[in-house]
Design a binder for this molecule. Structure first.
Ligand SMILES: [Fe+2]
Ligand SMILES: [Fe+2]
Ligand SMILES: [Fe+2]
Ligand SMILES: [Fe+2]
Length: 377
C-alpha cells in the first residue's frame, strides 16, 4: 500500500532517494515519531518546490500555478506544525518556549511576504527561496527543535500518549500520504500504532452505539474492517491540509479500495446466504447491487466536483453501511441463528479453500475492538 501511496503522490524512486539522503545527511531525526513525520513532510514539500527548478525542466503553462500551490501548502502545513509544537510547549513546560514560538512566527511572516514577490518564470528567485527554506528548516530542527526534544527526553517524558490524545481530539491529523513518506526514512512503528489506535477507538464507538453484531465472526470482522475504512476516509476528508491534487488522488485510491473491499464482503455474505437458503436472498442481493451503483455514481460526482464532495461521499457511505448492517444483515442473523455452528464450519471451508481471505490487520482490528469493549464495559 505504501508504494501505491507514494505513486499517487508522484514520488519516484529517485525522488525518494534524494529525500532520504537529505534527511540522513543532515541528521534531522529527533526520535519523536510524530514530530519527525511532520518534519519529513516539510522536507517533502520543499523538495517538491525544488522539483520546479530542476535543471532541464522547462516551465510550462502550469508551473506558476503549481509553485503557488506548493508554497500555499507549505505555509499551511508549517503553520499547523508550529502550532502542534507550541501546544506541546504549553502542555509540558519548556524553557524558552516563547522565544521558540517567535521564530516560528518570523518564518511564517517571511514566507508569506515572499509568496507575493514571486513572479512568473523567475527561476532565480525561486532558487534562492528553496535554498533559504532548506537552510532555515535544517538549522531550526537541529538547534531549536532538538533543544525541546533533548529536554523532554532528559525529563523522561513519553509523548506517545499525548499525541494519541491529540489525534483523538482531532487536534492532529496524520494521513496516509505523510505516513508513506515518513516510512522512507524511518522504521518506527509508533505513528502507525497511534493512527491504528485512533481508528480502533472510533470504530468501537460506532460499533457500541449501534447494534451491529450478526454473531457470525467472519461477517463481524469484515463489517468492522469496512467501518474502519470509512472512519479513515472520514478523517482524511476532514484533514485541514488536504489540498494538493496528489492528496486528492490518494483519497480517491482509498475510496476505490473501500468499494473493492465492499464487493469482497458482499461475496462472502452471498455465499453464506445461498448455502443456507436464506429466504430474503434475492432482495438482499438487490441491496448490494444498489450499493455498487450508488458508489459508482457518487465517485463520478466526486471526480467532477470539488473536495467538499469527499465529505459528503463519506457520510453517505457511512449511513448506507450502518443501516444496511443494522437492518438487512441483521436478518441474516435472525434466519441463521439456530445453525451458527454449521455456518462456522462452512466459513472455515471457504477460508481453507482460499475463497475468503482473512488478513492479519483485520484480525488485529477485530481483537482491538472486542478487547476495547471488554475494558470499557
Ligand atoms: Fe520549531
Ligand atoms: Fe519543528
Ligand atoms: Fe454486510
Ligand atoms: Fe449485506
Amino acid at each position: 500500500m505504501a508504494t501505491a501511496t507514494l505513486d499517487a503522490l508522484g514520488i519516484t524512486e529517485e525522488f525518494g532517494i534524494r529525500l532520504k539522503d537529505f534527511w540522513l545527511k543532515n541528521n534531522l531525526k529527533l526520535d519523536i515519531p510524530v514530530i519527525d513525520l511532520q518534519h519529513v513532510w516539510l522536507v517533502f514539500l520543499i523538495m517538491e518546490l525544488e522539483n520546479e527548478i530542476q535543471p532541464g525542466t522547462v516551465p510550462d503553462r502550469d508551473s506558476d500555478e503549481r509553485t503557488r500551490k506548493i508554497i500555499a501548502d507549505l505555509l499551511g502545513f508549517a503553520t499547523e506544525h508550529f502550532s502542534l509544537e507550541e501546544d506541546l510547549f504549553l502542555a509540558f513546560d519548556i524553557p524558552e518556549g516563547a522565544a521558540h514560538g517567535e521564530k516560528h512566527r518570523h518564518f511564517v511572516q517571511f514566507l508569506s511576504e515572499r509568496t507575493n514577490e514571486l513572479h512568473s518564470g523567475n527561476k532565480d528567485s525561486l532558487k534562492v527561496l528553496v535554498s533559504f527554506l532548506k537552510d532555515w528548516l535544517t538549522m531550526h530542527i537541529l538547534k531549536d527543535d532538538r533543544h525541546y526534544a533533548d529536554y523532554y527526553r532528559d525529563q523522561g517524558i513519553n509523548l506517545k500518549q499525548y499525541f494519541q490524545n491529540q489525534v483523538e481530539k482531532h487536534a492532529l491529523t496524520i494521513d496516509r500520504g505523510q505516513v508513506a513518506v515518513y516510512k522512507l526514512v524511518s522504521e518506527s512503528e509508533e505513528v502507525r500504532e497511534i493512527v491504528n489506535a485512533n481508528i480502533a477507538s472510533n470504530v468501537t464507538k460506532i460499533w457500541n452505539s449501534n447494534t451491529l453484531s450478526v454473531q457470525i465472526p467472519i461477517i463481524d470482522l469484515q463489517h468492522l474492517w469496512l467501518i474502519g475504512l470509512i472512519v479513515e476516509l472520514d478523517l482524511s476528508s476532514r484533514s485541514r491540509n488536504m489540498g494538493t491534487s496528489a492528496r486528492e488522488k490518494i483519497f480517491h485510491r482509498v475510496v476505490q479500495g473501500a468499494t473493492q473491499y465492499a464487493q469482497e464482503h458482499f461475496a462472502t455474505e452471498e455465499r453464506i446466504m445461498e448455502k443456507f437458503h436464506f429466504p430474503g436472498y434475492t432482495a438482499h442481493l438487490k441491496q448490494h447491487q444498489g450499493f455498487k451503483d450508488f458508489v459508482a455514481r457518487r465517485a463520478l460526482e466526486y471526480r467532477q466536483g470539488d473536495t467538499k464532495a469527499a465529505i459528503k461521499l463519506v457520510q453517505d457511505l457511512r449511513e448506507w453501511l450502518l443501516s444496511h448492517i443494522a437492518i438487512e444483515d441483521h436478518k441474516i442473523y435472525l434466519a441463521l441463528r439456530s445453525h451458527l455452528p454449521d455456518v462456522q464450519k462452512y466459513v472455515r471451508e471457504l477460508i481453507n479453500s482460499g475463497e475468503i481471505t482473512v488478513r492479519k490487520k483485520q484480525v488485529e482490528l477485530y481483537n482491538q475492538v472486542f478487547g476495547l469493549q471488554k475494558t470499557e464495559s
